[in-house]
Unconditional design. Structure first.
Ligand code: PLP
Length: 368
């Protein structure tokens, strides 16, 4: 069979699947940036600039049982997460990043023709996974300040609606959905997924309602606040029957033993990690003020660990390329609902200083 022949056997539904535009790994930029790779400032993936708890590194360095599969039932992990969230373990399932849980939820609920409501612009992985599943993505645009329009969400509901996806704080805009609006959407009775990946930077949650609502799912991650993006560990809180089912359909060993060790140690070092979260929040506010001073950028207030910014003069794509050349990585968007804009993760104070200095240097080139 020729290679063209085998290509024809791919599911037709995937013919136009473009994949996810993931952030760049610094090692792939050798020769493309003017600074040594170690000096690249990575503000493009909402990672934690302070890294993980030192307790995690120490525990992983001496972990003896890498030859043993993890506990498929996640017993210890779910108990640790119960203690952290205050939500009992029967509600909890962990995944290899909360990304994996989004996939599992869609696998559990979505049949051909089912509709999923998505409040755009939002986290691109929602659309990514819907591209792999047989359902239909119904996109409800947010308002000009990127707030969810609850009435529009309700108006989009049909007999085929299976799930409503909400992210708060939202990526890439940093905007939140007020609790009363989440409750209003929950009152539709449809399964509602509330993605709280940035909860620790915001402080408000609907997790305690998981026991009261049969239709509420809350997703969280250790990637952001605990600096464990590279280990892939997230979790969700579900109605117990759904949690049971997810434990059945998930791959048995998807969450690795290093992730379990990392959660155990991170939760012992909560004060240290939350101190860093506080520092990031303070830096977010400083970065916002600094960006505002550049009259050609319009930063939006954020409750997460990044700032979304419209580029008022010049092209965001060009700006992103020029920043990259100088060793500062940020994300750019240029799509119908995210025109000419950047998303900048909050780094350390010295990262903000470099970013602002380079932006000022580029000002003439970009605006001219
Ligand atoms: C809103 C949102 N949900 C989920 C995730 C994925 O997190 P994880 O690393 O746990 O897969 C992200 C990561 O950027 C995010 O922004």
């Amino acid at each position: 069979m020729t290679s063209e022949g085998i290509e024809k056997l791919i599911r037709p539904g995937l013919a136009n699947f473009v994949g996810y535009a993931a952030s760049k790994s610094p090692e792939t930029l050798v020769g493309k940036v003017e600074v040594p790779i170690e000096e690249i400032i990575k503000l493009d993936a909402n990672e934690n600039p302070y890294g993980c708890s030192p307790r995690v590194n120490a525990a992983l360095a001496t972990y003896p049982d890498l030859n043993i599969y993890p506990d498929s039932g996640q017993t210890e992990l779910r108990e640790l997460l119960q203690e952290y969230t205050g939500v009992s373990s029967e509600h909890i399932v962990a995944g290899a990043g909360s990304d994996q849980l989004i996939d599992l939820i869609l696998r559990l609920f979505i049949e051909p023709g089912d509709e999923v409501i998505n409040c755009v612009p939002t986290f691109a992985m929602f659309r990514f996974f819907m591209g792999l599943h047989p359902g239909i993505l119904v996109e409800v645009p947010r308002d000009d300040n990127f707030a969810v329009r609850v009435n529009a969400v309700k108006a989009a509901i049909t007999k085929k609606t299976k799930i409503i996806l909400l992210a708060t704080p939202n990526n890439p805009t940093g905007t939140i959905i007020p609790r009363r609006e989440i409750l209003e959407i929950l009152d539709t009775g449809l399964p509602v997924v509330v993605d709280e990946a940035y909860y620790e930077f915001y402080g408000e949650t609907v997790a305690p309602l998981v026991g009261q609502y049969e239709n509420l799912i809350v997703l969280r991650t250790f990637s952001k606040w605990a600096g464990l993006a590279g280990l892939r560990i997230g979790y969700g809180m579900f109605p117990p029957k759904i949690a049971d089912f997810l434990l059945r359909i998930k791959e048995p060993y998807g969450v690795n033993v290093a992730a379990l060790v990392a959660v155990r140690e991170s939760l012992k070092d909560r004060d240290y990690l939350m101190e860093k979260v506080k520092v990031i929040i303070a830096e977010r506010e400083r970065l916002f003020e600094e960006l505002k001073k550049l009259k050609w950028l319009k930063p939006f207030p954020s409750q997460a660990n990044f700032i979304f910014c419209s580029v008022l003069n010049g092209k965001a794509s060009e700006l992103q390329q020029k920043l990259q050349k100088k060793g500062v990585l940020v994300r750019y968007f240029d799509q119908p609902l995210l025109q000419n804009s950047l998303r900048i993760s909050v780094g350390k104070p010295e990262h903000t200083d470099t970013l602002i200095r380079v932006l000022r240097e580029l000002e003439g080139e970009i605006n001219g």
